[in-house]
Design a protein around this ligand. Structure first.
Ligand SMILES: Cc1cc2nc3c(=O)[nH]c(=O)nc-3n(C[C@H](O)[C@H](O)[C@H](O)COP(=O)(O)OP(=O)(O)OC[C@H]3O[C@@H](n4cnc5c(N)ncnc54)[C@H](O)[C@@H]3O)c2cc1C
Length: 386
């Protein structure tokens, strides 16, 4: 076992770090102020630099590297902000991967290379007004009629809704109850009958638009089926990778906060000496560092155990749950260490705290990860309905 990164890993990490810090810091502030997603031109630049689809196969326009490489890059972007990291997240661990892994060749070729070129963005629509944690209660329907599929229903909390060009929509595709009836269909923006609610105003995640999605007799070709009814297990396996991305978004908020606060406590003086000279501050820094390091190791374990494939539910849930809890503590401590400056929105720290909270709800709440972990430990699912 070797915990050190290779020279290639370090070079990739450094390239991502330099680009994110130099080119995206001001943009992150602007996206936060305006609550607008990354401009198309910058997304194209990310693609040119090879940051979109790092672990996507090279035949489909990606770099063909592994999950670890994708997550190394994602952390560096997430240190700057969740919103600037979001296109990296979507292309390397998000719904694009479900299309790459499960869709037919025609759909794959239409969607995945365009994402890697930065031309389109794809979002995932799973949740509904009545189906959050109980996702298999979802009611949106997709009916196969010959060589077309017709979708009806309402989706909620879709990150990227309204802005994204394509949507992987989880829906009920047969009369089988629960998970057995669930599949997923790809729907392009502009398809007649596809509508969006008003933009949600969230505690954080500004620059990652969220809205309801309305499906009113939306008709798409049958080749747009990503997985048919019965494919829920597959979708959840791909979601194990998304969990590692969510964990890395949390890690990035925390490690970025720690880097910034470490510089701050060495500069800021009170009682005639830098804050770092106070032992209570030293204890706090050490506790933050221990938590950040532990989260990073859990994420790397999940990624390296499944470098070209999909992580296990145990590894990915442990990594997500720990990171989601860790980032709330670490960003809270960072705000506190910066005093009034931490609480001011002239500095990025309070934004990190607000964004941090969301990652422990998005992609399955902290408590449901704990249920997943206990299930994996005893080797059976716990029925939440009985
Ligand atoms: C920032 C953000 C981004 C999101 N992005 C997307 C997206 O892109 N696409 C998408 O489809 N959805 C997205 N979501 C939705 C997200 O997946 C859901 O909010 C989440 O799954 C929880 O569902 P809910 O909000 O309906 O809460 P509920 O399911 O109502 O849960 C409320 C509380 O009850 C607890 N709870 C529920 N059931 C159990 C149980 N069995 N055991 C223990 N505790 C339980 C939960 O842990 C939680 O604390 C996003 C949410 C947020 C906040």
């Amino acid at each position: 076992m070797d915990f050190s990164l290779t020279d290639e890993h370090k070079a990739l990490q450094e390239a991502a770090r330099r680009f994110a810090r130099e080119e995206l810091t001001d943009l992150a502030r602007e996206m936060e102020e305006k609550a607008e997603p990354m401009p198309d031109a910058m997304r194209m630049r990310l693609a040119e630099m090879g940051f979109l689809g790092i672990n996507v196969s090279s035949e489909l326009g990606g770099l063909g590297l592994g999950n670890l490489e994708a997550l190394l890059v994602l952390e560096e972007f997430a240190k700057v902000s969740s919103a600037v990291a979001f296109p990296v997240f979507e292309s390397s661990v998000g719904p694009t991967r479900a299309v790459e892994l499960f869709a037919n060749d025609v759909l794959k070729q239409r969607v995945v290379p365009a994402v890697c070129r930065g031309e389109i963005v794809v979002a995932v629509a799973m949740s509904e007004p009545g189906a959050g944690t109980a996702l298999t209660d979802l009611r949106a329907r997709a009916e196969v009629r010959g060589d077309t599929v017709v979708l009806n229903g309402t989706k909620r909390w879709c990150s990227g809704a309204g802005h994204s060009d394509g949507y992987v929509i989880y829906c009920r595709m047969s009369d089988d109850p629960g998970a057995r009836g669930v599949g997923a269909v790809y729907v392009e923006k502009g398809t007649p009958g596809l509508g969006f609610g008003k933009p949600e105003s969230l505690m954080g995640f500004r620059g990652i638009p969220s809205a309801d999605i309305y499906l009113d007799n939306v008709e798409v070709p049958a080749e747009n089926v990503v997985v048919p009814a019965g494919g829920f297990r597959k979708l959840m396996e791909a979601f194990d990778l998304e969990r590692c991305g969510n964990a890395t978004m949390s890690l990035g908020q925390a490690s970025g906060a720690l880097e910034d606060v470490l510089a701050y406590v060495q500069e800021r003086e009170q009682f005639g000496k830098p804050l770092v000279e106070f032992q209570a501050v030293q204890m706090k820094l050490a506790e933050m560092a221990m938590r950040v390091e532990a989260a990073r190791l859990l994420i790397w374990r999940a990624a390296v155990n499944a470098q070209q494939g999909l992580p296990s539910i145990f590894d990915s849930s442990v990594a997500k749950c720990f990171s989601n809890e860790m980032v709330r503590e670490v960003t809270g401590a960072a705000v506190q260490l910066m005093g009034g400056y931490g609480y001011s929105n002239d500095y990025p720290m309070e934004r990190r705290l607000r964004d941090a909270w969301g990652w422990g709800i998005a992609g399955g709440t902290i408590d449901i990860q704990k249920v997943n972990i206990a299930s994996a430990m005893v080797g059976r699912r716990f029925d939440q309905r009985r």
